[in-house]
Design a protein around this ligand. Sequence first.
Ligand code: NDP
Length: 333
Amino acid sequence: NKQILLRSRPEGMPTVDHFEFREVPVSDPAEGQVVVRSLYLSVDPYMRGRMNESKSYVPPYKLDEPISGGIVGEVVSSRSEQFETGDKVLGMLGWQLYNTVDASAVRKVDEDLAPLSAYLSVLGLTGMTAYFGLLDIGKPQEGETVVVSGAAGAVGMMVGQIAKLKGARVVGIAGSDEKTAYLEKELGFDAAVNYKTADNLDEAIAKACPDGVDVYYDNVGGRISDTVMKQLNDHARIPLCGAISSYNSTDGDLGPRIQPQLIKTRSLIQGFVLSDYASRFHEAGADLGKWLSEGKLKYEETIVEGFDNVPKAFLELFKGTNLGKMLVKVSEA
Ligand code: NDP
């Protein structure tokens, strides 16, 4: 067995040196346990927060222990009545080739309904994050303008498409021309702005939103959010989903820095954490599954091959290399 541990806590941008690979034996399953071979592993921006010492809505990773996250795998040995060898399962598991865990730590996924990787992307936490943040807090109405930052990422591209399904005008902000072209041409966004190359981001966003902004789904925070918030309409809603622009920042300048605009427009700004919606996951699962099967929802995955590349894939999230969900294919099904 092989595992990836957190070797040290980063200040600012992490590097591969903050991770350590270790060879360990596969633990034998006790009664009620299963051994799961990792197939697909999810790397997510929130993991950066868990590398810090400070407490958040999920506890920090411990030094010298395997990092954990969403993994889809195959049961290769079972001492639980609930699982048979060959079952495909999903769980929050250690970054290891094999995890020996209680049966309650995993749940079965159906390969006939969707490809295995989809349980870590569109049908997983990212699809649901988009769903609840947008519909529960953003509440887009027909004809309104919805702006989403991090638009070509896993959550962002779901937000934009769900907003389109609700009849909104959708504007995405992303970090390359390839991404903005994808949003406009493949996903039907009404406009997309490249925040890295726009000469004047204020003007570019104002031009993309001639009727102002009714919903701003914020994945990134910082300068981009300051700019979008200047265009808010009265009673705008701002689901605060993520602030990736600050995750590696050491200067503490987090914003929002446009409070007068928020007051003047009586805007609602609300942070949320997906786990708050656990009792309603079935709702999101049903709608997302339905839209997917009807061809109304597209999704994209950037799949890096090989367990040895897990830290690198994680770090690439902060460079924006991924289109859609960043996953690592650990081994063949
Ligand atoms: P993404 O797939 O969107 O990947 C991250 C993307 O962020 C990159 O591709 C990059 O795209 C963009 N990015 C990286 N650095 C910066 C920066 N400095 N400024 C602006 N954009 C940047 O990840 P997810 O979809 O998984 O997550 C999106 C956000 O949602 C994250 O902030 C995450 O923490 C948050 N989240 C929150 C949850 C909750 O419960 N509240 C649950 C899940 C996710 P680009 O090329 O456009 O720069």
